[in-house]
Ligand binder design. Structure first.
Ligand SMILES: CCCSCc1cc(N)cc2c(=O)[nH]c(N)nc12
Length: 373
């Protein structure tokens, strides 16, 4: 365990990088995929199962936890790690993104955002200072700056104004975060799909100085081609010696393409959310287990997968329990998807370390069908 927060790059292969983030609560191997535990749980998973998939870190959400059970209650009970029985690193998002996508009656000003809870309609306010306070109460190891992510479609003027507001909020976040050894504060680059705005945002964040840098404002409907277009230059605008975190991404091929372009960390609800809807990701493509063609199939989801779902259950069984809306359906498909996502990350870490990432990437794409299998 390290008393401080630090990042060590251990290998590069083209733009792809592998490394280790050291924190007082353990190490994070990069490139890393971070499961999302929105309301203090990775849905349908016990924490020990999340760890068994290979996850070194998981995510929490300021927005959801401030509304229920409140950050103050979690702090009184010993903090989020104790509360959810996960003693390894936790990264928490800052809440602004979720307010704009979930809350009602939102009002955005220079100060912050006021909104009504999507749960009970109660009124709340989030500012950079309040977001830092909440994430400190939660005990988060990696804290995200309070930012604004403009919804698409948005014209350049709106994107520029939003990015500059986020940069002012980043400075306030840094001021409010203070000096917290062993804890990290990450800035969030904004700027849409406009290179000049991305460059302006990166320069503003560098001038403030952060322990890590996120690429925000993507995975908001722009599509993979536009996202990769931004990732062809955005990671390189950020400090080379700090972790680069791409927020909200993504499907397996999104993740591989992002790592190929220099991203170190990613998160997405996709593997867990899709698991609950019956969609399994495999090295040969996706399996929609609710499809009737699986009703009599004795094979596992993926013959080459070592997860509990693939070792012990047939597609026929998974089809049955999904159709019957049995709770085990969500458990098994979520476990499989998170296991597969971590297997992709482990494969990329090894390939980068051994200088064979291009071959690994080609093999990854060669075996995959476009549609459902
Ligand atoms: C627990 C969820 C973390 S990622 C949420 C997210 C997802 C996406 N796609 C973009 C952003 C962004 O621009 N800013 C912030 N704070 N969060 C974002």
């Amino acid at each position: 365990m390290s008393a401080a927060f630090s990042f060590a790059l251990t290998a590069t292969d083209g733009a792809a990088r592998s490394g280790v983030i050291s924190t007082p609560r353990g190490e994070i191997r990069t490139p890393a995929f971070m499961p999302v535990g929105t309301a203090a749980t990775v849905k349908a998973m016990m924490p020990e199962s999340v760890r068994a998939t290979g996850a070194d870190i998981l995510l929490g959400n300021t927005y959801h936890l401030m509304l229920r059970p409140t950050a103050e209650r979690i702090a009184r009970l010993g903090g989020l790690h104790r509360f959810m029985n996960w003693e390894r690193p936790i990264l928490t998002d800052s809440g602004g993104f979720q307010v704009m996508s979930l809350a009602e009656l939102r009002k955005l000003t220079e100060e912050g955002v006021t909104f009504r809870s999507h749960i009970d309609g109660s009124r709340h306010r989030l500012t950079p200072e309040r977001s830092m306070e909440i994430q400190k109460l939660l005990g988060s190891d990696i804290v995200m700056c309070f930012d604004e992510c403009p919804a698409l479609p948005a014209d350049d003027k709106r994107v520029a104004e939003s990015m500059r507001l986020s940069m002012r909020w980043a400075a306030r976040s840094k001021e409010a975060f203070g000096d917290r050894p062993g804890h990290a504060l990450f800035g969030i680059q904004q700027g849409g799909v406009t290179q000049e705005l991305r460059a302006e945002s990166a320069e503003a964040l560098r001038a403030i100085g952060f322990d890590g840098y996120a690429i925000g404002g993507l995975a908001v409907g722009e599509g993979q081609e536009a996202m990769f277009g931004v990732l062809d230059y955005a990671p390189g605008m950020l400090p080379e010696d700090k972790p680069r975190y791409l927020m909200g991404v993504g499907k397996p091929d999104d993740i591989v393409g992002a790592v190929a372009r220099g991203v170190d960390m990613m998160d997405c609800v996709l593997p867990s959310r899709s698991g609950r809807t019956g969609q399994a990701f495999t090295r040969r493509g996706t399996v929609n287990i609710k499809n009737a063609r699986h009703a009599n199939d004795p094979r596992p989801l993926d013959e080459d997968c070592t997860c509990p779902a693939c070792r012990n259950y047939s597609r026929a069984y998974l089809h049955h329990v999904f159709r019957a809306q049995e709770i085990i359906s969500s458990m098994l498909l979520t476990w499989h998807n998170l296991h597969y996502f971590q297997e992709i990350m482990g494969g990329m870490r090894a390939a980068i370390a051994e200088g064979r990432f291009a071959a690994w990437q080609a093999a990854f794409h060669a075996g995959r069908a476009e549609g459902d299998i």
